[in-house]
Design a protein around this ligand. Structure first.
Ligand SMILES: [Fe+2]
Ligand SMILES: [Fe+2]
Length: 369
């Protein structure tokens, strides 16, 4: 199985990234019962572990021309003079690269989540939070496996974009444990949930749908973990301390919103980079997408009590404040239900195939839906 190194479309990617650390690890010698909701989430984390090798049908393939079978109109360049000049073959190559760039950011983000969750195990003071962070650490390792396998099907991949690297670096270097949560469980995983959700719900490719639906089931718990921990912690801080968090959050949100340039794709494909970036910025579909990305972040930020004038002004400016009252618990329940639907469909197809009711294989039957 190829390592991703051989699949990078960017030359000279470093083989490792080192982030120096300076923080206290904390032992909890009380071993008390733990908070009910957090222990409940931990139990769920244990019960709902799954194996990417078994739960996902890896005999399924991506589409030759449009790997994840996403709507072509959803492309940032669609309908521009650049798009109109491209041959069918060039468009297929561009779609393969841009979709792979997207999944690559998911994969890179998964490794960042793995490392942040492990950092939280050591750094957070309470045992119940250490317990939960340990199940998250395992979840993230499984997500890396799943996205790596998906990327191998693309045959091309991309390194972590600079803005994501900047935020992860801040999350890891900051000695305050809650900043790791803010950057990872609130901002990065909140964004990821929305981005995974678009693929799960819009893609027509069964493999891409399945991978994202299963990962989302776990990510919804991770976001809930951040929310439960920070909701208890922030009321204990001073207003000045909460202000610092709000400032961090505003910067992080702008940084993530403005990262969708895809410059690396245009460079790799020898396309007119500045022109493409300009079209991407103007693209209506891209602007809509950038707004949608915040639907899982804004209600959490409100819920954890970082809802001062600075945050509200930023979300007004970004046009995402209307997400503030979304029902987060209902969204998490939906994510779990949809993942269960995928399991049910797969079990149904296998049962029919086992009875000899289908002339095709399990994989063909799912792909033909
Ligand atoms: Fe993950
Ligand atoms: Fe996660």
């Amino acid at each position: 199985m190829a390592s991703l190194r051989e699949l990078y479309a960017v030359p000279e990617v470093d083989s490792h990234w080192t982030v120096p650390q300076e923080y206290d690890v904390i032992f909890d010698w009380e071993f008390d019962e733990g908070r009910t909701q957090l222990m409940h989430l931990y139990q769920k984390g244990k019960d709902m572990q799954w194996d990417a090798l078994e739960r996902i049908d890896w005999t399924l393939e991506l589409d030759e021309e449009n790997p994840m079978q996403l709507p072509v109109e959803g492309n940032a360049l669609y309908g521009t003079p650049i798009w109109n000049r491209m041959s069918k073959k060039d468009r297929a190559l561009y779609m393969r690269h841009s979709q792979s760039w997207n999944i690559s950011q998911f994969l890179q983000g998964e490794q960042a989540a793995l490392i942040c969750a492990a950092k939280i195990v050591g750094q957070v003071p309470d045992m119940d939070a250490k317990f939960y962070a340990s199940t998250q650490t395992m979840d993230e390792a499984r997500h890396i496996e799943a996205y790596k396998k998906l990327l191998q099907k693309f045959g091309v991949s991309y390194p972590m974009t600079r803005p994501l690297q900047v935020l992860v670096d801040q999350a890891l270097r900051d000695p305050r444990w809650d900043i790791t949560y803010l950057a990872m469980q609130v901002v990065i995983e909140g964004l990821a949930l929305a981005a995974f959700g678009t693929i799960r719900d819009v893609s027509q490719n069964p493999l891409a749908q399945m991978v994202n639906a299963y990962v989302m089931e776990d990510e919804a718990r991770h976001v809930a973990f951040g929310r439960l921990t920070l909701r208890d912690y922030y009321p204990t801080l001073t207003e000045a301390e909460r202000d610092e968090r709000e400032e961090f959050l505003v910067d992080a949100c702008y940084l993530m919103r403005d990262r969708f340039e895809g410059r690396e794709i245009y460079e790799a494909l020898d396309m007119p980079v500045e022109e493409c970036v300009e079209y991407t910025k103007q693209s209506e579909i891209n602007q809509l997408f950038r707004t949608l990305l915040f639907q899982r972040i804004v209600p959490v930020v409100k819920d954890i009590g970082l809802w001062g004038p600075r945050i509200r002004a930023a979300y007004e400016d970004m046009g995402v404040i209307h997400y503030a009252n979304q029902d987060i618990d209902a969204m998490q329940a939906d994510d779990e239900r949809i993942a269960a639907d995928f399991d049910a469909r797969k079990a149904y197809v296998s049962a029919i195939a086992a009875k000899g009711g289908l002339g095709s294989t399990d994989a063909d039957a799912t792909a033909a839906e």
